[in-house]
Design a protein around this ligand. Sequence first.
Ligand SMILES: Cc1ncc(COP(=O)(O)O)c(C=O)c1O
Length: 383
Amino acid sequence: MTDAKRNIAISLPLTGEEEWQAVREPLMSGWLTQGPKVAQFEKMFGERHKVGTSLAVTSCTTGLHLALAGLDIQPGDEVIVPAFTWVATANVVLYCGATPVFVDIDINTYNLNIAQVAAKVTPKTKAIIAVHLFGLCADIDALRAVLPPHVKIVEDAACAAGADWKGRPAGSLGDIGVFSFHPRKSVTTGEGGMVTTNDPDLGERMNQMRNHGASLSEEQRHNGPRPYFLPDFNLLGYNYRMTDLQGAVGIVQLGKLDKFIDERAQWAAYYQDKLADIPWLRLPKATNECRHGWQAFVTYVDPKKSPIPRNDIMQILQDKGIATRPGTHAVHMLGYYKDRFGLTPKDFPAAEDANDNTMAIPLHNRMVKEDYDYVIQALKDIA
Ligand SMILES: Cc1ncc(COP(=O)(O)O)c(C=O)c1O
């Protein structure tokens, strides 16, 4: 079925009646900000990802900022980040007044090129943000092996809810993990994020910092026995609390996470099978060792083999009702970073290559077989 024009989004969240019903309870009770629903969501998330502390926040971006603030990253400190990632990964370093130090990526995985990391470590390096891009976990064990012990590892697991590395879940691999629930991720709360750690002291510090630095939560204070009691504020904090409306949605969505990923994995395998004979299209790798989160199915249009440039392919697909997007962007090529740090595209050639040649094709839980077949045929038609 390839003749009728379809309209296939690059990504669509699968939300509906259950999520709609879930927000009733907080709305009816009147407890709307962080409260019992967020607490339940955090507990479920922590159990699923095998971490002692889970803290729901307003987004992955604020969660990453909270992680660096929790680690006391200061002006003068350096934080290593991959050059090919969503801009937020680098922005949060600047929020702390610290310096982002870019490292190129491995063009096969789109994750950090670990062989290049050691050369970027200086006495000022306090942390590294390892991104699990598109749902494929970075090799945190290999990273740990090349880093001095005091350098903290923050997993940017924005795309990696439910993913694992050799049986160990994303978010439990480094010192801190940070997830996104933006609607382009496999499970969503509209906007939202989750910060995870197995370090209880760091967990408590970040818990307070997400709530203005208060030593007690709103709920503890509100339901506590002493009406005159205000908590102390011993830390500089922020308001990064998730609402209970979002927490209620998160509980329902998290309950579907593994089903969503299994379905995505099944269709990713279908793409891999059906698209394997297109010589100019390189497909994302999946291994049996690790569970890919399949936030996105990101292909690489080989400029040496492709009959036409990537952007022309994207335009043709768009005209057929198929949305595509570049995988993500090379941060060192973005205006702000280019100008502020005097960077040129060739400083990180693999990131530049990925910036110019990756193409995400539709993969989400509202698609049906006919949609996948339509995308496959449209790609095959580009001879
Ligand atoms: C790798 C990565 N990091 C961070 C973010 C920021 O997530 P959020 O939109 O939840 O702030 C994203 C979002 O796309 C991302 O892909």
